[in-house]
Design a protein around this ligand. Structure first.
Ligand code: FES
Ligand code: CO
Length: 340
């Protein structure tokens, strides 16, 4: 699948930047190959426009903010949050032409991030029950670009077979490559998966992070995949600790994604500090990053003979491919490949 070429992918919400990054200057981002510019408006709203001035195509993100508007840094044409040009400073006596406008997109704040959709969204932003729930804290873990196709990370998040190998230095064990059965239920938004895995707990940090002094524990996981590139995994440990991982892969281009991850935990800073919670998952995620960046970004939705071979544990990923393929068909689209 080639993310920037499938119009259906524009019909979803994607987290793009941290809300706290919206400051005094217009902020650029590239979503699905589309250059956008974001800023905060006085009423607490978020403006999102195509990052291309309709005069001579300069990036509006190189300009500056004036009240609720963005002023192009090239010749000063000024655009309101709805994309309409409200001023051409060189000709103040003349009315601004009707067609002087740039495309505006919907943008909202949720969970501390700015979410954007480039078209009428097919679904809402996923609802995470732990957000704002008493007893749970939120820890922002990372926000960074990886050189991967977004679907690779989603598949990896539900691929139990990689743990023994990719994570052999952290919580995996190469001596135990066997897969524990997974209960998987398809839903309109994606799927739900339930699984209980024994895992290794290596080192003081890991022991502290999962509240145990033992070198082994069990993770009871309840996970959801939200089409196309969001997953929530709630991990319950025998001690009662709940560690909920939210991982989003927002496609920048076909081979580059913004990876956002945060967690909700039912413990406190006094139990495990924010830095330790970040460091614990960070080490694990770096292991995934190294391998995933070596995989080709393009994921074939429909099997091409011999292109990729599968095993039983690949079922969640294959369901993702099938559901995304179905989604494209429902919107009269066919899968486009990177090479084609
Ligand atoms: Fe923006 Fe000229 S390019 S005002
Ligand atoms: Co992994």
């Amino acid at each position: 699948m080639i993310v920037t070429k499938q119009p259906t992918l524009r019909k979803f919400w994607y987290p793009v930047v941290r809300f706290s990054d919206l400051q005094e200057a217009p902020l650029p981002f590239v979503l699905l190959g589309q250059k956008i510019v974001l800023w905060k408006t006085a009423e607490g709203g978020i403006a999102c426009l195509q990052d291309r001035c309709c005069h001579r195509t300069a990036k509006l993100s190189l300009g500056y903010l004036e009240d609720d508007n963005v002023v192009c840094g090239y010749h000063g044409w000024t655009f309101a949050p709805d994309g309409k040009c409200v001023r051409i400073p060189q000709q103040p006596e003349q009315a601004v032409p009707q067609n002087a406008k740039v495309q505006a997109y919907k943008a909202v704040e949720k969970y501390g991030y700015v979410w954007v959709t480039l078209d009428e969204p097919l679904t809402d932003i996923p609802d995470f029950p732990e957000a704002g729930q008493p007893g749970f804290r939120q820890v922002h873990q990372f926000y960074e670009t990886w050189d991967i196709g977004a679907l690779r990370l989603m598949e990896n998040s539900f691929d139990s077979a990689h743990v023994a190998f990719v994570h052999r230095a952290t919580f995996g064990d190469v001596q135990r490559p066997q897969i524990v059965p997974r209960e998987l239920t398809q839903k309109p938004f994606g799927f739900v998966s339930v699984q209980s895995n024994p895992v290794v707990v290596r080192g003081d940090l890991a022991q502290k992070a999962v509240h145990t002094e033992s070198k082994e524990t069990v993770r009871h996981t309840n996970s959801e995949w939200y089409m196309p590139f969001v997953r929530r995994t709630s991990i319950r440990y025998p001690t009662g600790l709940i560690h909920v991982l939210i991982t989003c892969a927002t496609p920048i281009t076909d081979d580059r994604s913004m990876i956002l991850q945060w967690v909700y935990r039912n413990d406190t800073e006094a139990d495990v500090s924010t830095e330790e919670v970040i460091a614990f998952d960070r080490a694990i995620t770096f292991e995934d990053k190294a391998i995933l960046e070596s995989c080709e970004p393009d994921v074939p939705l429909s099997s091409v003979d011999g292109e990729e071979l599968h095993m039983l544990s690949d079922r969640p990923g294959l369901i993702m491919r099938r559901m995304l393929s179905q989604l494209l068909r429902e919107h009269d689209e066919t899968e486009q490949r990177l090479a084609s």
